[in-house]
Design a protein around this ligand. Structure first.
Ligand SMILES: [Zn+2]
Length: 376
């Protein structure tokens, strides 16, 4: 039921805006102010290529629906696509945001101009720039990631790259692979203390390899060897992470932050769930006094919530917590405490929130429909 309800949320609303920009809401989990809004921005798609951009953008949304933990928590997100034609195709000639390679695979661009373009969407929390370019490349900067769709030609990996980049943006996850340039200035000594400082904000890499100093220690089974060796299974501390081969550790042998095709490891999944929860308030209360019901409406799977109502004064305080095994330890307020006025003796029901309607579809101009002739 839940999956069916979520797929009903694939709403396609295209509204023309001022100038040559068009905004398409591809997925709506709820009202923008209460959801994590991801905005996909086009670069390197010339006039007439909006259909191609939207096809790529839809593939990103489908990837989110398939990949843990986004599949379960997709109700916490909205996804919008903002198109404006670039002067040329790919990165060969003039570009919309000055996007260019700064290394073999590193990309940079005018982040302020990208953010400005994303503001055409109903709300902006994270921005993915899709660059229609044959060469492979991708980089993340704070809340913005830029990557090429070159992967799309080699069998579906556009989706994998998009999900990996959202790992950076939503979970504040570091890369777990080795080999790319590190973040130390030349000549700087990589002491554990300096590395710990550099990666302090990233929950999935650490220079410490003793059990009690691991940022993800609550995920390590007491019988698991730490640090992990060749045959260690499950979560431990595996050497090689954050571009460094020897002195940084990661939680699992494989993870999407090391290898785009892999599942996210448990600590990374937890960081993503907490990152989504920081932007989203997926639950509301309704009192139906006539029916004697206090209804808890949620955009998450209702079975995943633990709901504890308490009578207080002339109303109700309801604690709503995530009851899945995806978050461990004291990781802050994943749950919500909601209050509502209402009579005594209500029966509590937990129900799926009705499918949201994209506000942009009718609000801006009243014109709803595809732009031009190239939308599929
Ligand atoms: Zn990981």
């Amino acid at each position: 039921m839940t999956r069916a309800a979520l797929s009903l949320l694939v709403l396609l609303a295209t509204a023309p805006l001022a100038g040559a920009q068009s905004v398409t809401t591809l997925h709506q989990g709820g009202p923008p102010e209460d959801r994590l809004d991801v905005v996909l921005v086009a670069e390197g798609y010339p006039a007439g290529a909006e259909g191609r951009f939207l096809e790529h953008a839809r593939r990103v949304v489908e990837a989110l629906r398939r990949k843990e933990p986004f599949d379960r928590y997709v109700g916490l997100m909205n996804v919008h696509a903002v198109f404006e034609a670039s002067p040329g195709q790919g990165l060969e000639g003039a570009t919309r945001f000055g996007t260019r390679f700064t290394g073999e695979r590193m990309l940079t661009g005018d982040l302020a101009a990208i953010q400005q373009a994303a503001l055409a969407a109903p709300d902006v929390d994270k921005v993915l720039v899709l660059v229609d370019e044959r060469r492979h490349g991708g980089s993340a900067y704070g809340a913005t990631a830029i990557f090429t769709t070159a992967f799309a030609t080699t069998g579906g990996t556009l989706e994998e790259v998009a999900v990996h980049e959202l790992g950076h943006l939503i979970g504040n996850l570091a890369d777990e692979y080795t080999g790319d340039p590190g973040q130390l200035s030349s000549g700087e000594v990589a002491t554990p203390e300096r590395l710990a400082e550099l990666f302090a904000a990233n929950p999935n890499v650490t220079p410490w390899s003793s059990r009690d100093r691991l940022p993800w220690r609550e995920w390590v089974d007491p019988h698991t060897r730490v640090p992990g060796h060749l045959f260690t299974q499950g979560v431990s501390a595996f050497e090689g992470a954050a571009y460094r081969r020897d002195d940084m550790f990661r939680p699992r042998r494989r993870c999407c932050m090391r290898d785009n095709q892999a599942a996210f490891c448990e600590p990374c999944r937890q960081a993503l769930v907490l990152g989504l929860a920081r932007h989203a308030r997926p639950t509301t209360l309704e009192v139906d006094a006539a029916a004697g019901v206090l209804r808890v409406r949620t955009s998450l799977p209702p079975a995943d919530l633990r709901v504890t109502p308490e009578r207080r004064g002339d109303g109700w305080v309801v604690a709503v917590e995530d009851a899945t095994p995806w978050v461990r330890g004291d990781r802050g307020p994943l749950g919500e405490r909601l209050e509502v006025a209402g009579p005594d003796g209500l029966r509590v029901e937990v129900a799926a929130a009705p499918a949201a309607v994209p506000a942009a579809s009718a609000a801006t101009t009243g014109l709803v429909g595809h732009l031009g002739g190239d939308a599929p």
